[in-house]
Structures are given as structure tokens and as C-alpha cells.
Design a binder for this molecule. Sequence first.
Ligand code: FES
Length: 103
Amino acid sequence: MSDFVSVCKVTDISPGSMRTYSVRGKQVALANVDGEFFAVSDTCSHEQCSLGTEGALDGNVIVCGCHGAQFDVTNGSVMAPPAPTDITSYETKVTGNEVFVQI
Ligand code: FES
């Protein structure tokens, strides 16, 4: 069963950046794209690098810092190799100043 879990404050992640959080035992990359929050698995499907800490955010695209794979942060889909598979994406919501991730 999944619930919305409070992860951080809106002000913790500035627009155009992302951070990695451990949420219910899962590593999640949480990104702020022009004020809208998106959450995906933090683990690159290529060689398991951390996307949130080693990667870069370019608009809605996460670029893995290890070998350059790209993912759409809005839905976890692969946009460029060498990543072989999509990554999980999670629903988010903002209530007040808190960002929640459904996990
Ligand atoms: S670990 Fe991400 S591209 Fe290789």
C-alpha cells in the first residue's frame, strides 16, 4: 500500500535543481521543474549511479553524471542511452510548504 509521505519543504529544492531523499527505504530523486515537483527512482538503470546527487537537471531532463543517460523526470522514461530501462516515477503533491511523495 502506498501513501503520501512528507519529504521536504518547498523551499528545500530551488527551481532547476534536485535532491536525493530516502523515503520508506527507497532512494528517491526529487526535482523542482519551474516550481513543479517530480519524483523518480534515484538509481540509474544503467550502473546504479545516484541521479539526484551525481546527475544534472536540464529542464525536465535528468542527465546521469556517470555515463550521460537521460531520463524524463516527469514520467521516468529513458530519453538517451546507455540506460536500458525506464525508472520508476512517483506521484507528488504540495500541501502548504510541504512536498509529499506517494510511495
Ligand atoms: S550509471 Fe547512469 S548512465 Fe551509467
